[in-house]
Design a protein around this ligand. Structure first.
Ligand SMILES: [Zn+2]
Length: 513
């Protein structure tokens, strides 16, 4: 029997500068979902990449005296380095400057032109160079770009246009028939209203610069960057190529994870390109909120960015990943501050999670010689802990399916907190002193160790470096069959293994008073 497939993507990032913590959030979130699905046994394909064309790149390269390709090559190395440092395990990294991508974009463009969905016309509009977007006079805000607020210039050119309007009714029907297509609901409503207000045909070629994919039948024009970029989700799978095995296997995508600012491109332009090309639509487009800094959006053009490398140097990849995934509730914005990051590390990771293991192993070493005996008959307080643990895998899996990652971590922490409280209630440090209570002592120790095994398995997708530090301490490093999602049935922790107390998993961060 073949395994179910799961295809998840991040947006491909624009290498006009280095990445910031907001990009890291999107990629780490997609990675956590991909890892969780793999843990559950899915055949997962996880795609990320770089969107390398456009006037901004051309100009940035010029300013540095470099050829555009030379310029993006360096930045893309930096992307890959950051993903490696954040323990991101993607299946493929697509670059829009690759031939495998260019050929697919040109093929789709040509097909749409031949069938009359793309046509040539004169065009005049107000152009914002940093945003690479044309605006109508009506859309300008006080004469400036409505997105970035910068001055725009009036440009006139002969362009190719894509008949978005022709597909508007079909797209609306699709959104209505597939309530999960756009998430969260607030974004879906926004998009529905946007489409109902009327779609204008989209200008899909440029002659003002040359750093792009040439229109195959008129190479004076290059393909509009969004049409170019969005196509990565299928070009990476070999769509319309001789070897399209990946496309056949993984398309349609299960999730396109994107920031809320680009939901519109992914739920209007992209599905209409696919409809016109006769390709199935992705199952879900999920728009997440922003990580706000001092109340405003982090952006390269504003210069208020946080360098993820510094945070990884200071706190480690697992802690940075945990913070990002915990801090942004599904669909809403979160706010970034290093103070919040430090307090998450100190309270959630050092105090709750790390200390739970540390105190358990300390008691077991002192009173049990580091070996847990088989558990006895459970009491009421044990049953409460065990039931919470038993329900956990299903609850977490459901939340991850819904991309509710912060909520999923919150549910794992219910068990972390319950186990800490259980230790306080049962006081094994007293039980351990009394030979008559040896059975009870073993039961308590066993239940906490087994809970910790559940916690560690479920946290692996969120903090991939964490389990490797826990398993040796629990004495089951050489037992991979106990590290799997499928192993999460209560009572599989093997009595008789020797635990080994290590250094604290997450040392507290001392801050100046
Ligand atoms: Zn702009």
């Amino acid at each position: 029997m073949s395994r179910s497939t799961f295809y998840i993507t991040t947006p491909i990032y624009y290498p006009s500068d280095n990445l910031h913590i907001g990009h890291a959030y999107t990629t780490v979130a997609a990675d956590a979902v991909a890892r969780f699905k793999r843990l559950m046994g899915y055949d997962v394909y996880f795609l990320t990449g770089a969107d390398e064309h456009g006037q901004k790149i051309e100009r940035a390269a010029q300013a540095k005296g470099k050829k555009p390709k030379e310029y993006v090559d360096e930045i893309v190395l930096g992307f890959k380095d950051l993903w490696a440092r954040l323990l991101v395990d993607y299946s493929d990294f697509i670059r829009t400057t690759e031939e495998r991508h260019r050929l697919v974009v040109q093929q789709i463009f040509e097909r749409l032109y031949e069938q009359g969905d793309i046509y040539k016309a004169a065009y005049e509009g107000w152009y914002c160079t940093p945003c690479e977007t044309f605006w109508t006079l009506r859309q300008l805000v006080e004469g400036n770009c409505p997105d970035c607020g910068r001055p725009v210039e009036l440009l006139q050119e002969e362009s190719y246009f894509f008949r978005l309007s022709k597909y508007a009714a079909r797209l609306l029907a699709h959104i209505q028939e597939h309530p999960d297509f756009i998430q969260p609901v607030s974004r879906r409503n926004e998009m529905v209203n946007f489409i109902k207000s009327g779609l204008e045909d989209l200008c899909v070629s440029r002659t003002t610069f040359s750093w792009g994919i040439p229109v195959p039948f008129n190479p004076r024009h290059v393909v509009y960057v969004w049409v170019d970029a969005l196509t990565n989700y299928i070009s990476a799978l070999g769509y319309a190529r001789v070897n399209d095995a990946l496309f056949k296997k993984y398309w349609p995508a299960d999730v396109h994870l994107v920031g809320k600012d680009i939901v519109r491109f992914h739920t209007i332009i992209w599905p209409i390109i696919l409809m016109a090309a006769g390709v199935e639509l992705p199952k879900r487009v999920v728009g997440h909120g922003w990580l706000l800094l001092d109340g405003g959006k982090m952006s390269k053009s504003k210069g208020n960015v946080v360098d993820p490398h510094q945070l990884i140097d200071r706190y480690g990849a697992d802690a940075v990943r945990y913070y990002l995934l915990r801090e942004l509730p599904f669909g809403a914005d979160g706010s970034y501050s290093e103070g919040n990051l430090i307090s998450r590390i100190n309270s959630d990771l050092a105090n709750d999670l790390g200390n739970l293991l540390h105190r358990t192993l300390t008691v077991l070493s002192k009173f049990g010689g580091g070996v847990v005996g088989p558990p006895g008959v459970p009491e009421e307080t044990d049953r409460e802990l065990i039931e919470l643990a038993r329900d956990l895998p299903g609850r977490v899996a459901l939340l991850v399916d819904n991309l509710e990652l912060s909520e999923a971590l919150g549910v794992v922490w219910q068990l972390v907190n319950r186990a800490n409280k259980y230790l306080d209630e049962t006081a094994p440090w007293n039980l351990g002193k009394d030979p008559v209570k040896r059975d009870r002592f073993n039961t308590v120790m066993y239940n906490v160790l087994e809970s910790y095994r559940f916690i560690t398995v479920l946290l692996a997708p969120f903090m991939p470096g964490f389990p490797d530090r826990v398993w040796p301490q629990l004495g089951i490093a050489a037992r991979p069959e106990l590290h799997s999602f499928a192993s999460l049935t209560w009572g599989r922790f093997p009595p008789g293994v020797s635990v080994e107390r290590g250094t604290p998993l997450f040392p507290r961060i001392e801050t100046e008073k």
